[in-house]
Ligand binder design. Structure first.
Ligand SMILES: Cc1cc2nc3c(=O)[nH]c(=O)nc-3n(C[C@H](O)[C@H](O)[C@H](O)COP(=O)(O)O)c2cc1C
Length: 368
């Protein structure tokens, strides 16, 4: 089974299943000399724990990271870094129901046809959102690395249900407020309305989706490898590898199709002796290369497929239509949980491309 690794110079390989023993990641290509501790990774993993369980459920036991390799005296060595969390709460029997009756909106049916009885269906197996713990662990490493080069990646919720943010928040607002709210939205007023939208869907036995925005600042000009490794193409690929992501756009995105050239073009100007653009409809990427403007990305997240409403499905053993009511932990909205995942996914691609373009050396701070 292939397709578990991504990246060229900075390669991550994810492993584990929702109800297997662990979820982990091997990060290969991280430069030597990056100070790294378990706390650095734990801090990011903790962002997955929502403050309000009625909005987003959490595993009762906190995920505790273990670093198995690649660190010596508190610094990365340049060797592969393997980190994992143990699945302490895996209850395999809980999911026997879905063995023969695929849950609508999940990977159960195509996975059963492709892998037959070898598919680990427990909690969605490797298709579960739980695998994104690996993205966040790798993301913690790259965000620390990118930080040394002034690059900051920030994700936050801009839409849940029909509640939308009207303006792009400032980086200060994002840093200060995003994780104060259960829905991971930097606008405190809108966040309350988003919570209400989630609770309404929950009351109806249903779920709701939304949009996560991500800004990457201070990415140098010229990052990206056209033709087939364009920066936007690689970010989009990584984001579509996040379960439940159904759309990705940059800058003006789909709105650009409705603008005139004169409205959509970002005009160049000088500010503090730097070349910038007046607007950022391109979302910081032109021709597959970073333009120096903030990279602005939005990812559309579908409503949680597991809902408590009764739904039609087929019993695959009997080849008969039947009904299913999904049991177990059930989040009426997964958007808040995807925020640190989207942030990590974007950071992982940026680190790979900055290494490839030579903006990040293979050994940090020179040899001592
Ligand atoms: C962080 C995260 C958490 C998720 N949690 C759940 C969940 O609790 N319940 C659920 O039905 N789907 C959840 N999902 C979504 C499913 O894993 C996903 O929709 C499913 O595997 C089908 O994949 P697709 O939507 O990409 O086609 C989660 C996704 C992510 C990224």
């Amino acid at each position: 089974m292939k397709g578990n690794s991504i990246g060229k110079d900075f390669v991550i390989t994810c492993f584990g299943e929702s109800h297997g023993r662990c979820v982990g990641v091997v990060v290969d290509g991280c430069p030597a000399g990056l100070p790294l501790s378990e706390q650095d990774i734990q801090k990011e993993l903790d962002k997955r724990i929502p403050p309000k369980p009625e909005i987003v459920s959490a595993r009762r036991e906190k995920d505790i990271v273990e670093i198995l390799s690649g660190i010596f005296n508190g610094f990365t060595t340049g060797a592969p870094i393997c980190t994992l969390v143990w699945n302490k709460e895996a209850i395999p029997g809980e999911y026997d129901l879905i063995k023969d009756t695929p849950r609508p909106g999940h990977a159960d049916y195509p996975a059963r046809i492709k892998y037959g009885s070898f598919n680990d269906y427990r909690g969605g197996g490797k298709f579960s959102g739980r695998i994104t713990v690996a993205f966040v662990m790798a993301g913690a490493i790259v965000k620390k690395l990118l930080g040394l080069f002034g690059v900051e990646v920030l994700a936050y919720t801009i839409e849940i249900g029909k509640v939308k943010l009207r303006t792009i928040p400032t980086p200060e607002e994002i840093r200060k407020n995003t994780y104060k709210t259960a829905v991971r939205c930097p606008d405190l007023e809108r966040a309350k309305e988003m919570e209400k939208a989630i609770l309404k869907a929950k009351k109806e036995g249903d779920s709701t989706g939304g949009i996560v925005e991500c800004i990457a600042s201070n990415v140098p000009v010229g990052v990206g490898e056209p033709l087939f490794d364009c920066l936007d193409a690689d970010i989009a690929k990584m984001l579509f590898d996040v379960p439940a992501v159904k759309g990705v756009e940059f800058g003006a995105g789909f709105k650009a199709a409705r603008l005139k050239g004169s409205e959509n073009n970002d005009l160049y100007m000088m500010r503090d002796r730097k070349i910038v653009t007046l607007t950022n409809n391109a979302g910081g990427i032109l021709g597959g290369l970073s333009s120096g403007m903030p990279i602005l990305i939005r990812a559309a997240i579908k409503p949680t497929p597991s809902i408590s409403k009764e739904q039609k499905t087929v019993n695959l053993s009997k080849m008969e239509e039947t009904l299913i009511r999904v049991k177990g932990r059930y989040d009426p909205c997964i958007v808040p949980k995807t925020v640190p995942v989207i942030e990590s996914a974007v950071a992982i691609v940026l680190a790979d491309h900055m290494l490839r373009a030579g903006f990040i050396p293979k050994v940090l701070g020179g040899q001592k």
